[in-house]
Design a protein. Structure first.
Length: 163
């Protein structure tokens, strides 16, 4: 009877370990090239950028430059017809700020930029950089008048190194 009980406990532990590996592995792993639609390409965002901000749909990874930085970027599908940009950009920026600060990244204020409906925050860790961006497409604004919503907001993640 004791052997049957021990065998059952061992089987349950194996099943539990497999379930934990399957569940947590999908959450914390960085996407492979096939996950990002890049086929055999070697394009990959920095591992600390993953998992991606979950509240938007993301496109494919593409080669990119950002001032003197060379790397790759991933842009979201636009979040359309919003009336408050901060409702989209704020949670996105906080998500990456918490994630990257927790992983040892610091903000490089010399590379930051902000304007009406756009922003770039650059994080640095050693010789590596991750930038979070958002841009806004204002609809119906007439030339010479202040920009106003409704608008579409596109979020972006860049990772790379200095040239």
């Amino acid at each position: 009877m004791t052997r049957i009980w021990q065998g059952g406990v061992i089987l349950l532990l194996i099943i539990a370990a497999a379930a934990v590996y399957w569940f947590w592995g999908d959450i914390v792993r960085a996407p492979t090239n096939s996950d990002t639609g890049q086929g055999a390409s070697s394009l990959m965002l920095a591992a600390d950028a993953y998992p991606l901000y979950p509240s938007v749909a993301w496109g494919s990874v593409a080669s990119a430059t950002l001032e003197d930085l060379t790397g790759v970027e991933l842009m979201s599908q636009p979040v359309t017809d919003i009336t408050d940009i901060a409702l989209v950009s704020g949670p996105f920026e906080r998500y990456y700020q918490m994630k990257l600060f927790g992983a040892g990244w610091t903000v490089d204020n010399s590379r930051a930029a902000s304007g009406a409906g756009s922003d770039i925050t650059v994080y640095q860790k050693g010789s590596n950089f991750i930038a979070t961006t958002f841009t806004t497409d204002f609809k119906g604004t007439k030339p010479g008048e202040p920009v106003e919503c409704p608008c579409d907001v596109t979020l972006g993640i860049f990772s790379g190194t200095a040239q």
